[in-house]
Design a binder for this molecule. Structure first.
Ligand SMILES: C[S@@+](CC[C@H](N)C(=O)[O-])C[C@H]1O[C@@H](n2cnc3c(N)ncnc32)[C@H](O)[C@@H]1O
Length: 291
């Protein structure tokens, strides 16, 4: 614990009683431009759920790369049902809103081609999941898990508690395996949404699973807000200022992005998501040296 406080002293200086900080500040502090980052289970629309886009932005100035780890994410050649059955065999239940049309990658490409600095992510394919990541040991500097492992473990899915525990354990064991020693897991749990907030048993159980799988943990309060700085060129030259007619999904994505560009204190930002009023919890975990 002391080790983790020393390492993240900038973040730790903010006492817990102060208002929560915005999630993007943590991402910017923790993800370095040369990092290799794994993003688990991103959503199919970065405007609503921008953790992947933020990771792509953080590594855009260096030689870093981003891997997407979500069996439902990429373009699916097989019919959905068949592929779900196949995934079920590998990973038990694969749940959530998958991106069957690679919508997310397309939106990131559109943003990049309009001048927003982003590194394009690489999908690891349908055989990679939180429980089984197709990467060798010690491959990643950072893992971003934004409401995935806690979601898969049960909570709102009303799973059998033994199955929940086993899923949680297999996710964190796998994260620990693929992280480099000292690597960081950014875990946003939103404990209240997953009913962990007021349940000390489950709450401490999550911590126990992380610790048993070799992580040191520190908890922070954040608002789930993301800001990506953009140059005035991007702002001034942005073309999609009017709602596209007839409807064209690429133009619509660009239009939605433009609507989210704002001037804050003289600088321009793409502002994604709305800060949640209560804010989710963020656990910053580091792979302990001996696990
Ligand atoms: C609750 S959503 C979270 C989405 C997004 N990260 C967010 O913060 O809103 C769960 C996501 O996990 C993905 N998913 C489902 N099973 C998975 C698994 N075994 N491994 C990795 N991702 C998975 C789904 O495709 C979906 O995008």
């Amino acid at each position: 614990m002391e080790n983790i406080r020393r390492r993240f002293s900038n973040l730790w200086e903010t006492p817990h009683k102060q208002p929560p900080r915005e999630a993007y500040q943590f991402y910017q502090e923790l993800i370095q431009p040369d990092n290799i980052v794994g993003v688990i289970g991103p959503f199919n629309n970065f405007i609503d759920k921008p953790a992947l886009m933020q990771a792509c932005h953080c590594v855009s100035g260096g030689n870093g790369s981003v891997f997407v780890i979500d069996p439902q994410w990429g373009p699916q050649k097989e019919p959905i049902d068949e592929s779900s059955e196949k995934q079920k065999k590998h990973f038990s239940e694969v749940a959530g809103l998958g991106d069957f049309s690679s919508n997310h990658l397309r939106q990131i490409q559109i943003a990049k081609s309009n001048g927003i600095k982003l590194t394009l992510p690489q999908w690891l394919g349908p055989d990679s999941a939180a429980q089984k990541i197709e990467l060798p040991n010690d491959s990643l500097d950072v893992i971003v898990d934004h409401s995935v492992s806690v979601f898969l473990s049960g909570g709102r899915l009303n799973r059998d508690p033994i199955e929940c525990m086993s899923t949680m354990n297999s996710c964190y064991r796998e994260y620990n395996r693929v992280l480099k020693p000292g690597g960081i897991l950014i875990l946003q749990t939103d404990r209240s949404e997953y009913r962990l907030k007021n349940n000390p048993f489950i709450r401490s159980l999550l911590d126990v699973f992380l610790e048993n799988n070799g992580f040191d943990i520190e908890e922070f309060r954040v608002t789930d807000a993301f800001r990506i700085p953009v140059s005035t060129d991007v702002y001034d030259n942005w073309e999609q200022r009017e709602f596209p007619k007839p409807f064209d999904s690429d133009k619509f994505s660009a239009y939605s992005m433009f609507k989210r560009m704002v001037n804050i204190d003289g600088a321009y930002y793409l502002v994604l998501d709305k800060p949640w009023s209560q804010g989710p919890d963020m656990l910053i975990c580091t792979k302990a040296n001996e696990s």
